[in-house]
Design a protein around this ligand. Structure first.
Ligand code: FES
Length: 213
């Protein structure tokens, strides 16, 4: 075990443990959307989990714990970076909380509250995808304007099936989570799996009407 200092709290952890997970497990919340516990190869896609180490910004999910590490999670610079990343997510998100199945258990709502950022900031230009719904998969629906591109669905699918049947497609603003649609691409044991639905922090993936898990 090693000791680290996080915001003046001494924390004990395994040498080499993931810093984000260590902080979360010790009751120190750091905004995050894309990290899956015990991940060996974090995606670091959401850019929300910034902390400061020796005055430099570091994505906590990419940092290993080492003896004597000194971490600050609540400096103006850290909050500034987190808010910028969060505002970017909001600018491409279809905010309709009352109609959304994730209402009250949505990670965006939690992060907005934590960062004290309204979900509809004044003056924020919103750019949504059109069409906003991908129904190309035999049984999954992906709401592209709800999706935050955290990639958790891609990661969990790979963990469960050895390869992922979901992937990032296109580039830049047009990047989407896409499902392979050829029937031959979908293994028999995939049809009942809802791991991607269960792990989505904003409920952007759902089963099509009439499909049972
Ligand atoms: S949790 Fe670290 S970049 Fe998303």
């Amino acid at each position: 075990m090693v000791q680290i200092l996080v915001d003046n709290n001494i924390i004990e952890a395994e040498d080499g443990a993931n810093l984000l997970q260590t902080c979360l497990e010790n009751g120190i919340y750091i905004p995050n959307l894309c990290y899956i516990n015990d991940s060996q190869d974090p995606f670091a896609a959401c850019r929300l989990c910034f902390v400061e180490i020796d005055g430099k910004p570091v994505a906590a999910c990419t940092q290993k714990v080492t003896q004597g590490l000194r971490v600050q999670t609540d400096t103006p610079a850290v909050r500034g970076l987190q808010k910028s990343a969060f505002l970017f997510l909001l600018s491409v998100h279809d905010i309709k909380c009352k109609e959304c199945p994730a209402n009250k258990r949505c990670e965006l709502q939690r992060i907005a509250k934590f960062l004290k950022v309204g979900l509809k900031p004044k003056g924020l230009e919103i750019r949504l995808k059109d069409p906003g719904l991908d129904s190309g998969h035999p049984y999954l629906l992906v709401d592209l304007n709800r999706c935050v591109l955290c990639g958790k669905c891609v990661q969990v699918c790979r963990q469960k099936h050895g390869q992922s049947f979901l992937t990032f497609a296109k580039r830049g603003f047009n990047t989407v989570i896409s499902a392979y649609t050829e029937p031959d691409d979908i293994p028999l044991n995939f049809s009942g799996c809802t791991a991607c639905i269960d792990i989505c922090p904003v409920m952007a993936i759902s089963l099509k009407d009439g499909i049972k898990s």
